[in-house]
Design a protein around this ligand. Structure first.
Ligand code: IMP
Ligand code: MG
Length: 181
């Protein structure tokens, strides 16, 4: 998808993203060397970040996905997290790296983290590309964080608004009119 006329501005460019992801991948590689972590991507938003991060990390690892929904078609969390697709791999006794696109209230990740420990994970660390600290409702430790951003709804690089704009290469802010439709 090309940057279209619905985009108001580019917040983080594709190039800036790649430099940051490279950096995060180095840290992940260093910390998990010799450990074979289970990397869990949170669908759908984290798929592009996860693919880039793991191809840059030089690690023996397993990948699984969990799909949760807490937003519906709105731009804020409902506070209720439904698991739409659980893990297919066993996480008991594993070092889990949870990969997420963006942390807003923190509700989604704290819920998933709890679930993973409930299923017997040995350790759970978080890699998130973006964080909106001013929106946090529950505190959450993020070991590998890309960028802190202001309280703006963003799309691109995997992230959507009503399922659109995921394949934009940059992280963008949309024109206000898009949200009024
Ligand atoms: P939280 O539970 O409030 O932390 O919300 C996190 C989830 O909401 C993420 O997994 C995202 O999928 C989604 N989300 C939060 N902010 C944005 C945004 O600005 N753009 C796209 N998705 C977002
Ligand atoms: Mg997400």
């Amino acid at each position: 998808m090309k940057n279209c006329n619905e985009v108001k501005k580019v917040l983080i460019s594709a190039q800036e993203i790649q430099i940051k992801v490279e950096d995060l991948a180095k840290n992940v590689t260093r910390d998990y060397a010799g450990k074979r972590p289970l990397v869990v991507g949170v669908l759908k938003g984290a798929w592009i970040f996860l693919a880039d991060l793991l191809r840059k990390a030089e690690l023996d690892l397993d990948v699984d996905f969990i799909c949760v929904s807490s937003y519906g078609n709105r731009t804020y969390s409902s506070g209720k997290v439904d698991v739409l697709k659980d893990l297919t791999m066993e996480c008991r006794g594993r070092d889990v790296l949870l990969v997420e696109d963006i942390i807003d209230s923190g509700i989604t990740l704290s819920h998933i983290k709890e679930l993973l420990f409930f299923h017997g994970a040995k350790s759970v660390e978080i890699a998130a590309l973006l964080s909106k600290p001013s929106r946090r409702k529950v505190s959450i430790d993020v070991k590998y964080l890309g960028f802190e951003i202001p309280d703006e709804f963003v799309v691109g690089y995997g992230m959507d608004y009503q399922e659109r704009f995921r394949t934009l290469k940059d992280i963008c802010i949309l024109n206000e009119e898009v949200y009024k439709r």
